[in-house]
Ligand binder design. Structure first.
Ligand SMILES: [Mn+2]
Length: 475
């Protein structure tokens, strides 16, 4: 259960034995005493960054740094029947870190930074298993200038290749798993690209397992006309389809916060509520797009589900998603399952939030973008560990907390919070409550368990307590 953070970096192929040793030393210094596991990583990240200053070395590529973690993800995945790989892009803004060289424009030339396209892997039940990929894209200034002047082909369109690359990496994971595992690649509206629809057929033709895809539709695609069928456009066709039934789920208020883009108008903040959506479903064949050069693109047949909230509370926008999937949807239950899998996509938003707000990666001060990216690869793993721990605290609260935390951590924190240095070992659930409390979670009835951000802050404090504890009591 207590997987060590150092294990996530063991065997990093840095093509330099000394560098490799240094990386492991840094990471395992944190993983040994005083803080054996998670808070080691949290409390000691200044140390990691310090060490990364030494890693201004081309041999430590982002690929090689994340390699062992990726292997650990694959190993963990083998224990689960269904894996959900969500992909999404997040912007990392270093505009105010003037000293950093090698950054690119974000949505304007004045805003500097880069983009990260992540692949977050979780089980169908929501256990976070790791980050399969974190691909960095630094925009080229000249290219950006030409593109924004011409307004002919937005730069985003060219960058849409990342969704296809993400799907292919998800297929690689599917092929590396034991037989019988089901793997889904999930994305929001940005990922609505015909190339991805085609890619499953390509992957299947290449032999071995291929991942399914589940994508929220963005384009109102023209459909191949079928005699006697209804309207020939995607959205109208789904609206005209018969009602299959209703699906219900809870959403939290936070689910709207991160979807707003910087500088854009913020719509009604969403309230936490129970959502009831009406489901409609259809098998569809969109008309394939025209490719430059007139090459023929074969049509692809797949399934579409319209999930629509009919009675949202006053002042709230209805939740309405049109979902596309390669997974055959043959029943009402199948359609409900696709909606639930789509809801799991939320986990990647939380991951990005922990990375940015919790780990504050946008405040890292390093002279070169390359070094920044190396540091980021380590924070990616640390952010995942926070989510993993938060999840375990909720799902396995009865575990003894010593299975995840070092003795000095739980003993010192209990001494502070309970004002009783002799307190016995709490359960994981109870201890996560204590961590949250130290992180500013009010912990009143009805507040629910603490979220990853509170856990993050609480961990930082506990690592200091643990250090003091060890100084007084010895190891
Ligand atoms: Mn997105």
């Amino acid at each position: 259960m207590s997987e060590n953070i150092a294990d996530e970096f063991k065997g990093a192929d840095l093509k330099d034995g000394r560098l490799q040793e240094r990386l492991l030393k840094v990471v395992s210094a944190l993983a040994d005493a005083p803080a054996a596991s998670i808070s080691a990583a949290c409390g000691g990240w200044a140390e990691i960054v310090g060490a990364l200053r030494l890693l201004h070395c081309d041999k430590a590529t982002p690929e090689s740094l994340l390699g062992p973690h990726r292997e650990a993800v694959t190993r963990r995945c083998a224990d689960h029947a269904c894996l959900i790989v969500s992909q999404d892009t997040t912007e990392l803004d270093f505009t105010h870190m003037e000293a950093t060289e090698g950054l690119g424009p974000l949505n304007s030339e004045q805003r500097r930074g880069f983009f990260m396209h992540s692949l977050h892997v979780g089980s169908e039940q929501g256990l976070p298993l790791g980050i399969l990929d974190a691909a960095i894209n630094i925009r080229d200034d000249e290219h950006f200038r030409i593109n924004s002047k011409r307004k002919k082909r937005p730069i985003e369109e060219k960058e849409s290749y990342r969704w296809l690359a993400g799907y292919r990496k998800t297929c690689e994971l599917a092929r590396a798993l034991p037989e019988g595992r089901e793997v889904f690649s999930v994305s929001d509206r940005e990922g609505d690209i015909h190339e991805v629809f085609e890619a499953r057929r390509e992957a299947a033709a290449a032999g071995g397992a291929a991942a399914h895809w589940l994508i929220r539709a963005n384009q109102d695609r023209a459909l191949v006309e079928v005699e006697g069928a209804g309207p020939a456009r995607l959205f109208a066709a789904l609206e005209a389809a018969p009602v299959l039934g209703h699906v219900e789920f809870e959403i939290s208020a936070k689910m709207s916060r991160v979807t707003k883009k910087k500088g854009s108008r913020v719509s009604n903040p969403r309230t936490a509520r129970r959502v009831r959506q009406t489901l409609r479903m259809m098998k569809i064949t969109p008309r394939p797009p025209q490719r430059p050069g007139g090459g023929k693109v074969a049509p692809v047949t797949f399934w579409a589900i319209l999930a629509e909230e009919e009675n949202p509370p006053e002042g709230q926008d209805p939740l309405r998603w049109l979902l596309l999937t390669s997974k055959p949807v043959e029943s009402f239950e199948d359609a409900c399952r696709m909606v639930r899998i789509y809801l799991r996509r939320w986990d990647i938003e939380v991951f990005h939030r922990v990375l940015k707000t919790g780990c504050r990666v946008e405040r890292i001060q390093l002279k070169q973008a390359d070094a920044l990216i190396r540091a980021l690869m380590i924070y990616v793993v640390i952010a995942w560990r926070i989510l993993y721990l938060t999840h375990l605290g909720r799902r396995c609260p009865e575990l003894p907390c010593g299975s995840v935390f070092a003795e000095a951590e739980w003993k010192s924190a209990c001494a502070v919070v309970k004002r009783d240095p002799q307190a016995g070992e709490p359960t994981l659930g109870e201890f996560i409550g204590i961590v949250g409390k130290l992180g500013g979670h009010p912990g009143r009835k009805g507040d629910g368990p603490p979220g990853p951000q509170r856990i993050w802050v609480g961990m930082g404090r506990i690592s200091d307590f643990a250090l003091a504890w060890e100084t007084i009591h010895g190891r």
